[in-house]
Design a protein around this ligand. Structure first.
Ligand code: CP3
Length: 404
């Protein structure tokens, strides 16, 4: 049953227009993208999907009906929006920095189950968030595919790039999931330690975003190497995407089997693509992942984060079948209310820079989010990851403002 209870301050947080979100289920114009020749390359080519979830001992989604975060995702609006933050385990926390220093490299931390579980739980202990996200990284999939992946201090990831068709042809089609066993073990440890009211989120990168790092061998300001490869060698690029789709499905299923309640697909660089390429390289692979996961776990709850998708969000939601979308701070509120929040839950979009700023600016920004999206299904979050320089007191201020 949907809970229409008002949230604290709802009355004085109406949007300027005074309009509320349309009721759930209101008709929405179909935005299903039309694929052209480029996309047909990936839509119909496929690597073998021979990996069985049974190798991970899959036994179904954990029962999560009592968690506010899970209920919001499942269609039951909560009086107070559930809250968590992208990158909530991270360098802004002194306790994270301590563990990180002990662990050695970043990947050493990701692959140490006890320490990864510990840093996953740190923000829950400190702030009482409604969801924990497992501590790992989107680049563990290329690592399990046998690619060299390193994180240089202060420089971000460095990978060995399959940047021409011959190198792509030599890519392993199948990840060695044994290499990711520590991630599954960390999920089990967190699951056992977590208050049953707190949800556990597993994740992967969307194929497009993971491919941008694989092809460039590092982060780039404009993802030019992947965009160029997709134009120049669409079939080779489609092969990378296909490999990532198939292995992401298995990875997400294994995370559900290890205790994740819900999954998030991070497409951090979706917003750099023109509409046709967005449909082809961001939407369609994500749709295939959602379909592949639901083929084994029909009620799997999945959140998409096509950062920067803007006007294409309704089409993304409609085509992929996600249960919720994470939106960034540039999203236009009335558009989101009317075209997106009528269909799925929205994970909102506080600007991480206003969280650094704090004070009255932060209060205003939190109030705006609640005014803009608080009448519908809302999971309070940031529009992207929390920045390392964010004061802890500002996170506390945000939480107090949201929870009243
Ligand atoms: O959210 C969480 O608390 C869970 C952990 C998490 C990390 N990365 C830990 C991390 C998650 C969900 C991610 C996702 C991720 N990783 C994305 C998608 C989301 C986003 O933020 O855009 C991307 C693009 C990556 C790739 C990545 N990992 C980059 C580009 C970098 C370097 C930049 C940086 O922030 O340092 C990382 C490293 C990374 N991943 C850190 C953390 C906590 C910092 C490493 C450290 O502690 O030294």
């Amino acid at each position: 049953m949907i809970d229409f209870t008002r949230r604290p301050g709802d009355l004085n947080r109406l949007p300027a227009s005074g309009q509320l979100a349309p009721p759930r289920g209101a008709p929405v114009v179909s935005q299903r993208p039309q694929f052209d020749g480029v996309c047909s390359v990936i839509a119909w080519s496929s690597v073998s999907s021979s990996i069985s979830a049974s190798i991970f001992g899959f036994s179904g989604v954990p029962q999560s009906a009592t968690k506010p975060f899970f209920d919001e995702l499942s269609g039951q609006r909560q009086a107070i929006p559930p809250i968590w933050m992208m990158r909530q385990a991270g360098r802004y926390l002194p306790e994270y920095r301590d563990v990180r220093a002990k662990a050695g490299g970043f990947l050493d931390l990701c692959f140490n189950p006890e320490l990864a579980a510990e840093v996953t739980l740190q923000p829950i202990r400190r702030f009482g968030f409604d969801a924990a996200i497992i501590f790992s990284d989107i680049l563990v999939i290329p690592y399990a595919l046998g690619r060299s992946v390193r994180f240089e201090v202060g420089e971000g990831p460095r990978l060995e790039p399959p940047d021409d068709p011959a190198k792509v042809a030599a890519l392993a089609p199948q990840a060695d999931f044994g290499k990711l066993a520590p991630v599954f073990e960390a999920l089990r440890i967190v699951r056992a330690a977590l208050d049953p009211k707190v949800a556990l989120i597993g994740f992967c990168g969307a194929p497009w975003t993971v491919a941008t790092y694989m092809v460039a061998g590092q982060g780039t300001p404009d993802q030019a190497p992947a965009r160029m490869m997709a134009y120049r060698h669409p079939e080779a690029f489609a092969k990378i995407i296909d490999i990532l789709v198939e292995n992401s499905i298995q990875y997400l299923l294994a995370q559900l089997a290890a205790g994740a309640d819900a999954l998030q697909i991070f497409d951090t660089w979706a917003g750099v693509l023109p509409p046709t390429e967005f449909a082809c390289w961001s939407v369609e692979p994500t749709r295939r992942i959602v379909e592949g996961v639901r083929a084994k776990v029909p009620d799997a709850k999945i959140i998409g984060f096509p950062r920067g998708a803007g006007a294409q969000l309704p089409g993304y939601v409609e085509t992929t079948g996600v249960n919720a979308v994470s939106i960034d701070w540039t999203a236009e509120p009335a558009f989101i209310r009317e075209r997106v929040q009528t269909r799925v839950a929205v994970q909102d979009n506080l600007d991480p820079l206003v969280l650094i700023t704090g004070g009255a600016a932060l209060d205003r920004a939190v109030d705006n989010v609640l005014a803009n999206f608080g009448q519908g299904r809302l999971i309070f979050n940031l529009g992207h990851g929390i920045q390392p320089e964010t004061p802890i007191a500002h996170v506390e201020q945000m939480l107090k403002r949201v929870r009243g």
